[in-house]
Design a protein around this ligand. Structure first.
Ligand code: TRP
Length: 333
């Protein structure tokens, strides 16, 4: 029996290289060794974007199209949409009943989300009951498939701690059933944004999987380099290069990295030329992914079918788990 993996992403728009390198690439590798369930967390998107839902549906499609482009394979993994598995909402009710209020109030990731929200204007700045339930709903996602492992970025670990607490409490109250899911972090280097800060859509410093080659090349030209270097034949300091050399270290081969470092240090490579080459390098690595993305974009009915089939499969397992939960809780059936 293979171990079960669950992971999801909030559907807040097209994905960028931070998602790809930090999470999806890892998922692609895990597909062969585990029973994988990957879902688009559209309810979780609603916890903060409830005031503007015009793009909610398209965002779900975009996220799943990005996954398919990156190599998440519907033949190997179950790909589904959270809101198409209503069993998750039902499990969320049972878990909510046994989760002390202070467990969710303590969640540091949630506190950060609330803080960001409060800086917004108007209605959308409110922290609602649904947002407070974020870690409980996330626990329902994970426990719905009785998962063993949850491959996520380190920012999600605090939430998963709560999932483990809720799991233990459920098992204590109603009988041992749920596995205690463990976060699975990957070793990959975190990619910073073009300005050197954390890559994020809201910071406008990201490179999207779906960007064209021209857009990518243009964005790379804005990447911060060695701020002390004014003329192209000044000697460079790769270690102080804030973005471009870091990208080389992620995308380049060992020989390329060594060559870039040497030429920079000897003043043989200007920053503009360096970034032109870097843009071409990144584009060549992304080429097969973008080609697959275009294929799915041009065949939207295929994506739709993958979503429907995957969600049916997810409901199958969810139904079995929920049935067991109802027995354990001794609710009317
Ligand atoms: N909170 C995750 C994020 O922001 C998305 C998510 C929702 C998730 N439910 C999950 C991740 C369950 C892993 C498991 O990206």
């Amino acid at each position: 029996m293979k171990k079960v993996i669950v992971s999801g992403m909030r559907t807040t728009g097209k994905l960028h290289l931070g998602h790809y390198l930090g999470v999806i690439k890892n998922w692609v590798k895990l597909q062969d060794d585990y029973d994988c369930y990957f879902f688009a967390a559209d309810w979780h998107a609603l916890t903060t974007k409830y005031d503007d839902t015009n793009e909610l549906r398209q965002n779900t499609i975009d996220v799943i199209t990005d996954w398919l482009a990156c190599g998440i394979d519907p033949e190997k993994s179950v790909i589904y949409v959270q809101s198409l598995v209503p069993e998750v909402a039902e499990l969320n009710v049972y878990l909510g009943m046994i989760t002390p209020q202070n467990w969710v109030e303590r969640d540091p990731t949630l506190k950060d989300m609330a803080k960001i929200l409060k800086t917004k204007e108007g209605q959308g700045s409110q922290v609602n009951y649904g947002l407070m339930g974020y870690p409980v709903l996330m626990s329902a996602d994970i426990m719905m498939m009785n998962a063993d492992l949850v491959p996520v970025g380190s920012d999600q670990v605090a939430h998963i701690e709560i999932t483990r607490d809720i799991t233990r409490r459920f098992n204590n109250l109603y009988g041992e059933f749920f596995h205690e899911a463990q976060p699975l972090l990957n070793e990959c280097a975190l990619i910073c944004g073009l300005d050197g800060n954390k890559m994020g859509k809201s910071f406008k410093n990201d490179i999207k999987i779906s960007d064209t080659e021209e857009e990518t090349a243009k964005k790379i030209m804005t990447a911060i380099t060695d701020r002390s270097r004014l003329r192209k034949d000044d000697l460079g300091h790769p270690d102080e290069c804030e973005v471009a050399f870091k990208y080389w270290q992620i995308f380049g081969s060992d020989e390329e990295i060594a060559r870039v470092k040497e030429e920079c240090e000897k003043g043989l490579r200007g920053c503009a030329q360096c970034k032109r080459e870097l843009g071409a390098k990144i584009n060549s690595i992304l080429a097969p992914i973008r080609e697959r993305r275009r294929y799915y974009e041009q065949n939207p009915q295929l994506v739709e079918e993958i979503i429907r089939t995957g969600s049916q499969k997810a409901r199958q397992r969810a139904g079995e788990v929920l049935d067991k939960v109802k027995d354990l809780v001794k609710i009317y059936k």
